[in-house]
Design a protein around this ligand. Sequence first.
Ligand SMILES: Nc1ncnc2c1ncn2[C@@H]1O[C@H](COP(=O)(O)OP(=O)(O)OP(=O)(O)O)[C@@H](O)[C@H]1O
Length: 580
Amino acid sequence: MNDYQLLKDYVRAHIPYYVLAIALIITSNVDQSALPRVLGQFMDELQQGTITHSSILHYSLLLLFITISYAALFGIGQYTVMRLGRKFEYTTRQQIFYKFTTLSESYYSKQGTGKLLSYVMNDVTSVRESISNGVNQTTNAVFLLISCIVMMLISGIPISLLVISVCPLVIIPFLVVYFGPQIKKRSMKVQEALATMTESAEEQLGGIRVTKTFAMENIAQTRFGQTVDDIRDSQLKLVRMSSLFQALLPFLGSISLVISLLVGGYMTLTHRITLGNFVALTLYLRIIMGPLQQIGNVINMMQRSRASLERVNRLLAEVPDVGDSDDALPLNHIKEIRIEHLNFAYPNTDNNVLRDIHLHIQAGRTIGIVGKTGSGKTTLVKLLLRVYNPASGSIRINGTDILNISLDSLRQSIAYVPQGGFLFSTTIRDNIAFSNREAPMSEVEAAARQAMIYDSIASFPNQFETKLGERGLTLSGGQRQRTSLARGLMKKASLLILDDSMSAVDAVTETNIITRLRQERKGKTTIIISHRISAVRHADEIIVLDQGQIVQRGTHEQLLAAGGIYASLHQIQEEGLQHV
Ligand SMILES: Nc1ncnc2c1ncn2[C@@H]1O[C@H](COP(=O)(O)OP(=O)(O)OP(=O)(O)O)[C@@H](O)[C@H]1O
């Protein structure tokens, strides 16, 4: 996608409206440029003493007609362009958000939320302004200038006088060439500083509770203050440069007026032009100062939005690194999973986080995964969900390589309950019924009972209709985890993965949940990752991960008998319980 593709495509798709709007604006300019000429003629008749009551009425009506038709034509033209600009803004925002949903986790781990928000907010607005105001002001400026020059010539203003009066304005293109790139550079710095500030605000607000409990408000204020200072500095630099540029344009316009007064005044005195011509010339010069300033504005705006357009184009052209292959097959039901020689390192890292993993999960079995923190447990299930592609080796589901299974059907077949159960700022019901908003209430309640959160929800005044605050913070950590668990159970997928999803739940409740799960998921495949032996002890097979490798496997009894990491973990936890 080239840098202007997005804009080209949009304008091409709406070309009839743009042509109509431009035609309206051009007509309004021709209309407006007739105004000084009419006034000039009126002035001449006044000087010659040929003016009558009816000609005064005639001139007044003519001026009124010019003014009304200008307002109507220009107004409709401008409205059409602005409307197209707004449409561009919301369709592009939708396109960007759609793109966000297709990109993989590795993209998000490289980009901060502030930068991503800045695409949707600042960049799109900047491009919209440039197309709306750009089309309006460029058409207006160029055609008003042309119409004024043509009208001046038709009115009989000598070319020599016209050339000498317009002479200072010829400097404008040189000014633009000098100022343009500098304005662009400074404006990019402002955009970057804005993105950094948004990111910092996101982080400081996200962590405000931690900051407050540590009484570290000063540090938060200083960190955020630095980003605001950076914006102020770069914005001031930009404003200084743009103001100088903007001021030079009317200055040159005024010089041209001074010249016209000197030379035109002298020519009027010596009767080489009429008084009407002289009045028309000064009026024309005043009118064309507007378009000249607009040209400056447009150039500034274009410089500013070019960087934004480049960024949005680059984002829209981003190809997700995890996607469906051309011959991807749908998956209906997970029966058997076979992992062979699986190795994996996170993008842009050298260290293999998973090494030579072999695992065969037969349909209906429960697999427990234990291991020290950072041993690769979550990474293994992320590969099962194809959040990342394996570096080497294979994962086969029902005999088909996971790379040839459609992503949508794969993820539909798996209910994944992560440790940090993110909840949306909506009702508890909607959170639990996330995978099926149309599900009957009885199913939502059953999932809540299974996750042992039903009684807590029932005690809230609005029960399942209770709205959760931002990120579900009105719930305790354990309640949040159990609501997230209910959401996973509600999915009724053929594979359930609990990724340390009961770490904030007390041991007794966890045991009760696991007991119920074992009864209700009989014959269904389940993977339970946990730091607590009690959560995995009943699994058909338990694997122990250490530094990315499976170092032990077997049933609870076999692993206890074998000694090693599992047995010592068990011993530590049993002793811990005895001391309670
Ligand atoms: N997005 C990432 N980019 C780079 N490295 C990562 C990423 N996510 C995890 N890691 C690294 O991969 C290793 C395994 O992490 P993983 O989350 O799989 O461990 P875990 O066994 O689930 O740990 P825990 O029990 O603490 O949840 C760790 O060393 C971690 O630092």
